[in-house]
Design a protein around this ligand. Structure first.
Ligand SMILES: Cc1ncc(COP(=O)(O)O)c(C=O)c1O
Length: 389
């Protein structure tokens, strides 16, 4: 099989059959015309896979879906208008009234709200467990558990969840394992190959990589993705064809972007780890990371995400973020530019203060999405901002 960088550029894409265009055409259309009434009926009932209406399926989006299915090692993939559209549609397709869900406590804020606050409104009970505590996951999984939901590496504390072990636990009661792999990208880890049933991505992040498109992706086996697509038809979180084209363009540079993210992140993490004004650095690629051995086993690259706990107060941490000149204070990640956030006041306000404390989100924790700028410039920038504390 071709290597990651070749598959990121070419993947399953072919020259456009009618023009020879090397890029996927943008089918910016809502609907598709038919000459025979019978053909419409066949397409609507799934006898043929002709396109009918873009909320259901679109040729540009289908090219993107095949490419990401290939990168993830899944049978199929469905794209959405945002990561949260992908996550909520996938979860809602897989739980029913009376079911039980086990989820790790360290979740992206809106996912936390979905499983912690919204699912119970529909009669689905959720048990939250600590990400690095497989024993507690094992104790919480019951006969009526239908979904085990994990995020790894976690946002923003960069803990890891053992994907293979979580899959075994989920499967022991016939539940499925869903893994949010946004922080790793398909080139950082392949959860489906480690036993997960579904992998989800905020494709707004590394997959697209340029802070200019909202998108979400779900990959898994064909039958599962077919069901998720049917739910997408109802909930309506379909990706726009132009956005699909932009994500396809972003993926062409995924391999070289991820290589640079990995290199810059380890260089910045190593610098920060030695700095006297830093309490801890969380980065799976550091030997000091408590789960470094697990990172080596389940990740192909450690990615561009790290978090750093500064010494001092909330105000010190705020001053630090304001003093950065190359890095920007802004709530996203996985793009070419370095972005920082203070999770306690920005991305994780949905968590109760108790869950923030339990997951290690202190007031001085800063999450860094390390971009692809020059590593020396980034180190200099962080150094001058730390000097102002
Ligand atoms: C880990 C993780 N998953 C999912 C999402 C949601 O993605 P989106 O913002 O595209 O809805 C985010 C957003 O930051 C995230 O960090």
């Amino acid at each position: 099989m071709a290597k990651d960088s070749t598959r990121s550029v070419h993947g399953t894409e072919r020259l456009d059959p009618s023009t020879g265009s090397v890029l996927a055409p943008i089918y910016q259309t809502v609907t598709f015309g038919f000459r025979k009434a019978g053909a419409v009926a066949n397409a609507v009932t799934g006898v043929t896979d002709d396109f009918v209406y873009t909320r259901w399926d679109n040729p540009t989006t289908r090219i993107l879906e095949r490419k990401v299915a290939d990168l993830e090692g899944g049978g199929a993939c469905a794209f959405f208008s945002s990561g949260m559209a992908a996550i909520s549609t996938t979860v809602l397709e897989n739980v029913h009234k009376g079911d039980h869900v086990v989820a790790t406590r360290d979740l992206y804020g809106e996912t936390y709200r979905l499983v912690h606050d919204i699912l119970p409104q529909f009669g689905v009970r959720t048990t939250l467990v600590d990400s690095d505590d497989l024993e507690s996951m094992k104790r919480s999984i019951r006969k009526d558990t239908k979904v085990v939901y994990i995020e790894t590496p976690t946002n923003p504390t960069l803990k890891l969840v053992d994907i293979r072990a979580s899959a075994r636990l989920a499967h022991s009661v016939g539940a499925i394992l869903i893994v949010d792999s946004t922080f790793a990208s398909p080139l950082g880890q392949c959860p489906l190959k480690l036993g997960a049933d579904i992998v989800v991505h905020g494709a707004t992040k590394y997959l697209n990589g340029h802070s200019d498109v909202m998108a979400g992706a779900v990959a898994g086996d064909k039958e599962m993705i077919l069901r998720i697509r049917r739910m997408r038809k109802v909930l309506g979180g379909t990706l726009d064809p132009h956005a699909a084209f932009l994500v396809l363009r972003g993926i062409k540079t995924l391999a070289i972007r991820m290589q640079k993210h990995n290199e810059n992140a380890i260089a910045l993490a190593a610098f920060l780890e030695k700095h006297p004004k830093v309490r801890t650095v969380n980065y799976p690629g550091l030997e000091s990371h408590p789960q470094h051995m697990l990172a080596k086993r389940q990740m192909k690259g450690y990615g561009g995400m790290l978090s750093v706990e500064l010494k001092g107060t909330l105000r010190d941490a705020m001053r630090f973020t304001e003093s950065l000149k190359v890095a920007t204070l802004g709530a996203s990640l996985g793009a070419v530019e370095t972005l920082v956030v203070q999770p306690a006041s920005m991305t994780h306000t949905q968590l109760t203060p108790e869950d923030r404390r339990r997951t290690g989100i202190s007031d001085t924790l800063i999450r860094v999405s390390v971009g692809i700028e020059d590593a020396e410039d980034l180190i200099e920038d962080f150094s001058q901002a730390l000097a102002r504390l």
